[in-house]
Design a protein around this ligand. Structure first.
Ligand code: SGN
Ligand code: CA
Length: 544
């Protein structure tokens, strides 16, 4: 009974909160539409507007050409579902409670789509959410259950229950988005549309039309591919996300289980062969035929080369294999973005629509010998961000401030003319759009929790300024790291104990303490989340 009363109380409170942010009814189509495009694990190194060494993304680049590219956008916690919770709530993980991929999202949080909806916006979401529960504040949604599948994926839908859709996931999500824009959009309302790709998430399965082209390509290696982790602490050495020892031969590199056996290769993870089989099991006969035509050749080539390969050769081969599939996935994402941008233009919607392209976090593309994310080190901490809003943002502009995924909620609310709830913790980017963002944050706060878990990146929090980065790894370790971002772009040398940095270290400590207080993070909360995690471990809910 007490529980019921509390729930009723919370619902009533949410209603009051939402209502208190209501504004007077909009003039027809004055307020901007918002299309929020987010892919999963899309590294900025793989967007040609950022870096054209690996691949071309002409359509995503259009957003930067017609708008603004953010060269220092970053996240607060570099992992999927927590990043999405930060985006939707405008609050850090320790406040919204979704600190890792395991805890379910607490739906008593107020999210910005709920506020937009309560203020007359039409709202829709298509693609990956990864919350374990359905999104609130959406008139329409079709979402993948958990991580979802690349081929013939299942969807949880608001109106038709669970359905399986034939085809390739990126194309399906694009079609759903276009279909909604064409047939379900209400001309009398502004809209918020979340277009959320699964790609290019592991295990990087491209569309059939990209198999041939990408498996024949060779890509430049990052300078730190053979990193030996000297100069840093235990966390960088003890992670489990190297291409060499943790990437799976079957699931990730697409080596057939029978070839793994034939060559006497040791599996890198208990899921190694299993993932290969389960991915292929989702394909129909036509898809499977196309797959075999290309990936049989990849396998034959590997089988002939493997006996003569040194460890170094293996790593080089694995890097190429990884990039071929990862970038192949991005080709479809870029095509989809192009279709949506074309639709907006052809239908006169582009002038009054804010288009955002981002990822839920950054990703390692072989830097430090790694794949995956999680660390506060740059490749996973930074995330791509390109935004266009023709009436407000000057075409072709660039911004280097430390904007965060924490800022979207307040940005969209301000763009829609709605006052944001006072307990949101980000900063609106609207002043930056207008070229008035000089007093924006000078330090970003970061906190990663999911440990011990797959990839074994230790718990850590830290602070990043333009020039320095201070990190505390804790839990089963107590180590500090300090990097000089001006001199050490690849973050190879921890200068925490260097005499020359004593003063900077002290200043960074002060700033970090101040940010922990400002954002209401604390040692008590760190401990509470460790205890909650232990309960999940006891239940066997943690994937390692
Ligand atoms: C899966 C992947 C991991 C990845 C997590 C989280 N393993 O567990 O490599 O870090 O998802 O990714 S897999 O073998 O199942 O592909 S996240 O983007 O959802 O946070
Ligand atoms: Ca992700």
């Amino acid at each position: 009974m007490k529980k019921i009363l509390i729930s009723i109380g919370l619902v009533a409170l949410s209603a009051v909160l939402l209502f208190s942010f209501k504004v007077s009814p909009p003039k027809k189509n004055k307020r901007p539409n918002i299309i929020f495009i987010m892919s999963d694990d899309h590294a900025y190194q793989a967007i040609s507007a950022y870096d054209n060494r690996l691949t071309q993304t002409p359509n995503i680049d259009r957003i930067a050409k017609e708008g603004m590219l953010f060269s220092n956008a970053c996240v607060t916690n570099s992992i999927c579902a927590p990043s999405r919770a930060v985006i939707l709530t405008g609050k850090h993980s320790h406040i919204n409670g979704k600190v890792d991929n395991y805890f379910p999202f607490d739906t008593t949080n107020v999210t910005f789509p709920q506020i937009l909806q309560a203020n007359g916006y039409q709202t829709a979401m298509f693609g990956k959410l990864h919350f374990g529960n359905n999104p609130k504040g959406f008139d329409e949604f079709k979402i993948l259950p958990e991580q979802g599948h690349y081929y013939n994926p299942d969807f949880i839908t608001k109106k038709e229950g669970k359905t399986q859709v034939k085809g390739y996931v990126t194309d399906i999500i694009t079609d759903m988005t276009l279909n909604w824009l064409k047939n379900q959009r209400d001309d009398d309302k502004p809209f918020f549309l979340a277009y959320l790709h699964k790609a290019p998430h592991r295990e990087w399965l491209p569309a059939e039309r990209h198999y041939k082209e990408f498996t024949q390509k060779t890509f430049p290696e990052p300078s730190t591919l053979f990193d030996n982790y000297e100069g840093r602490g235990r966390a960088a050495k003890e992670q489990e996300m190297t291409l060499m020892h943790h990437m799976t031969w079957g699931g990730d590199s697409k080596i057939k289980p029978e070839n793994i056996d034939k060559l006497g290769i040791k599996e890198n993870h208990w899921t190694d062969k299993m993932l290969y089989k389960s991915n292929l099991a989702r394909m129909d006969a036509t898809q499977r035929k196309a797959w075999d035509e290309t990936y049989d050749k990849v396998n034959d080539d590997f089988v002939s080369k493997f006996p003569k390969m040194t460890e170094k050769d293996q790593l080089k081969w694995r890097y190429q294999r990884y990039m071929q599939d990862y970038l192949g996935c991005i080709a479809s994402v870029d095509e989809g973005v192009g279709k949506v941008l074309d639709f907006l233009k052809q239908n006169g919607l582009d002038e009054n629509t804010i288009v955002v392209y981002t990822s839920d976090q950054g990703f390692y593309l072989g830097e430090h010998g790694w794949f995956d994310k999680r660390f506060i080190y740059d490749e996973s901490f930074k995330t791509p961000l390109l935004i266009k809003w023709p009436k407000v943002i000057k075409a072709g502009s660039r911004n280097s401030q430390m904007v965060q995924n924490l800022d979207f909620a307040q940005t969209f609310l301000e763009a829609a003319g709605i006052k944001a709830p006072a307990d949101m913790q980000g900063e609106s980017l609207v002043p930056i759009f207008k070229g008035q963002g000089k007093n924006f944050r000078d330090a970003a706060y970061y906190h990663f929790y999911e440990y011990p878990s797959i990839h074994m990146v230790k718990r850590h929090y830290g602070i990043v300024t333009e020039n320095f980065k201070l990190i505390h790894f804790y839990h089963d370790i107590d180590e500090w790291e300090l990097y000089d971002r001006r001199k050490d772009k690849n973050e190879l040398k921890n200068v925490y104990n260097a005499l020359a940095y004593a003063k900077i270290r002290e200043e960074m400590h002060k700033k970090l303490t101040a940010l922990r207080i400002k954002y209401k993070d604390s040692e008590q909360l760190d401990k509470m989340y460790i205890e909650k995690y232990k309960e999940l471990e006891k239940k066997g809910a943690i994937f390692k």
